[in-house]
Design a protein around this ligand. Sequence first.
Ligand code: ADP
Ligand code: MG
Length: 471
Amino acid sequence: MDKTKVWDAVLERMSEKISRMEFHTWFKKVQIVEISGAALVLGCPTEMNKNWLESKYHGLILSNLKSVLPEIERLYFKVDLSLADRPDEKKAPKAFAEQRAPRKLPNQPDARIEPGLDTRITQAKFTLKNFIVGEETKFAHAACEAVVGTKLNEKKKYNPLFLYGGVGLGKTHLLQGIANEMRAKYPNAKVLYITAERFMNEIVDAIKTRKADEMRKKYRRVDAFLLDDVQFFEGKEKTQEELFNTFNDLYEFNRQIVFSADRPPSELTGISDRLRSRMGWGLLADLQMPNFETRLAIVQSKAQEQQLILPPDVQEFIATNVRSNLREVENILNQIGAECDISGVSPTVQTVGKILRKINPERAIEITSDGKSALARSTDDVITAVGEYFQTPATDLLGASRKKEIVYPRQIAWLLCKDVLRMSYEAIGEDFGGKNHTTIMHGVRKMRDLARKDSPTARHLHALKMDLGAK
Ligand code: ADP
Ligand code: MG
């Protein structure tokens, strides 16, 4: 069978397991480049693409390959840059075309909602399904699901639902997720998501234009009222009063109310007692920072949404270092996306380390994987960094030339291997072309002395250590 036919047949089979988007992101430009006995080589247009297929799809591809060509035992991937700009890229196999298009969630202003109840601020991208659930958020997520699952005019199980947690832990995501899914489930429902700030501004406007009554009627006719960031109401007495009255009305008629805040009601000090007590009538659910594995899943899911291919070590690196605010994940991915577009280079732990430092210069960057530095894993990383920094080819760094302009960066590299990678003199000697450990030791000592006396050397070392992610 010819290679194209084999690959078409494999894709056809995989169409049940992978989505259209995955196909477009990762398979469109892939080709079989070689079949030889029991081995098959797939060509990928970029390093990133190769890494991704290798780590995520190896098993799936191989098992489907075997069902097309039973003799295949081993699958390899290689980068074939010519595939990147091949015009005749693969069309999605028919099976993909027949896949149901993803359900479009409404993000348009809802025509059934009177003017003034503007819902445009709900973003379709937030759903309860794409909220990654971990131990720390399981309860809150389940509560949101339950809210969506309760019929509109029935007595509510959790009313109000009060979600609280720090900045960037997913409160807005969940509230908008409820809004989107309720609207999809009950197309006629009036679901209002609004931020506390906007709610207040509308009240102020309505008072100014003497339309307060009209506005009240609008709010009190909704089926679900989702109010984000109510800590904003602290000290705003008039708005609190309006909210209190709205609450009573909606509650009486069994309308769902959901609040979010950065603290539980009991800690909202500037809010009237009667309002606070009502906020706590239903269910309180808190959101905490998810653990590493969940953060990793969030990174992967966001990368996929942005059609960004990240090598596994980069994913882990981001998940390790985003520790307080998940909004950063999206920021980082946006920057990576932009930088890759501009430079055409796949992201590495080093480049992402720089992005992290740009976003938050105060942060101590943590290294990943079993105590070994993922930032500078090997002698190769040191050689690459030093080579780039001093514009010295790796062959010179590894070689035996005694020219001053080569010996200097070479010895700097040894010192970095010693300090950043904590290698022994013997191991460094081995990696640098089989040099004697005493040679290495002298070189390292010489550089240490120099760094103490000579400020350019100290500066180079500092810059290189930063590059390699060591503090
Ligand atoms: P908050 O409103 O609590 O400040 P957001 O809802 O704006 O936080 O969340 C910040 C970002 O983190 C959003 O991009 C959101 O999609 C993302 N996020 C937070 N938690 C999760 C999660 N569990 N799964 C997927 N994305 C999440
Ligand atoms: Mg928010």
